[in-house]
Design a protein around this ligand. Structure first.
Ligand code: ZN
Ligand code: FE
Length: 208
C-alpha cells in the first residue's frame, strides 16, 4: 500500500542542517521580521530585569506601609519571572542577551525606576505605576508584532501583558489612596505566595 504523503516531512531546511531553525523559517514565511523581534525582546527583557532590580530598592523604602510592600513584592518577583519567561525565547529564535550587563541595562526599553527624591510613599508609587505603564506599552507592541504569526512568542507576551495590566491596576489603587485619599479598587487577590504569578510563573495554572 502506498504510504500516505507527508507534506511536512521536509522543507526548505536540509535534513541535519543546524545552521537554520525551522522554528524561525516558519515565522519568516508568515511575515515576522525575526531579527527585529529579537531586538525588541532583548530590550523588553532588559526592562524586566532592571525593573526587578530597581523595585528591590523601591520596596526597601516603603517601611511602615507593609501592605504597599507586599504588593510591590508581587510586582517585583513577577517582573523577574517575566525576564525568565522571555529570555529562553530570545535564544530559541537565535538571539542572545548581551554578554555585558551594562549593555543590557542601557538598552532596556523602559527608563530606570529610580528611587525618587524625596522618597515619599506617593512618589515611589508613581514611579512603580509609570514603570508598569511602560511595560504594558512594550508587551502590547510585542503582541501586535506576533499575533497570528508567532503563536509561541505571542502566548508569552500576552501572559506577561496580563500581569502588567494587573500591576498597573494595583498601583493606581495604592497611589489613589496614598496621594488623593481615593478608593479605586484594583481587584488584587493575594497570590499564593508573593510573586506566584498566575500566568508567567505557573504557566497558566493558578495554584494557590
Ligand atoms: Zn513585568
Ligand atoms: Fe510589572
Amino acid at each position: 500500500m502506498a504510504a500516505r504523503p507527508k507534506p511536512h516531512a521536509t522543507g526548505k531546511t536540509k535534513p541535519g542542517d543546524i545552521s537554520e531553525r525551522v522554528g524561525v523559517v516558519e515565522l519568516e514565511k508568515r511575515g515576522v521580521n525575526v531579527k527585529e523581534l529579537i531586538e525588541k525582546l532583548i530590550d523588553a527583557a532588559g526592562a524586566e530585569f532592571t525593573t526587578y532590580y530597581y523595585y528591590t530598592i523601591l520596596r526597601m523604602h516603603l517601611a511602615g506601609h507593609e501592605d504597599y510592600k507586599e504588593i510591590c513584592e508581587d510586582a517585583r518577583l513577577e517582573d523577574r519571572a517575566h525576564f525568565e519567561l522571555i529570555t529562553p525565547r530570545i535564544y530559541e529564535l537565535g538571539g542572545s542577551i548581551p554578554h555585558d550587563i551594562r549593555e543590557f541595562a542601557d538598552r532596556a526599553g523602559c527608563p530606570d525606576a529610580y528611587l525618587p527624591n524625596p522618597p515619599t510613599a506617593a512618589a515611589i508609587l508613581q514611579v512603580l505605576l509609570e514603570a508598569e505603564r511602560c511595560a504594558i506599552r512594550t508587551w502590547s507592541e510585542v503582541c501586535d508584532l506576533t499575533f497570528g504569526k508567532d503563536p509561541r512568542t505571542y502566548d508569552m507576551a500576552s501572559r506577561i501583558l496580563q500581569e502588567e495590566t494587573e500591576h498597573e491596576a494595583w498601583f493606581i489603587e495604592l497611589l489613589g489612596k496614598e496621594r488623593d485619599g481615593k478608593i479605586i479598587p484594583s481587584g488584587h487577590f493575594r497570590r499564593g505566595n508573593p510573586g506566584d504569578a498566575p500566568y508567567s510563573k505557573n504557566r497558566g495554572f493558578y495554584n494557590p
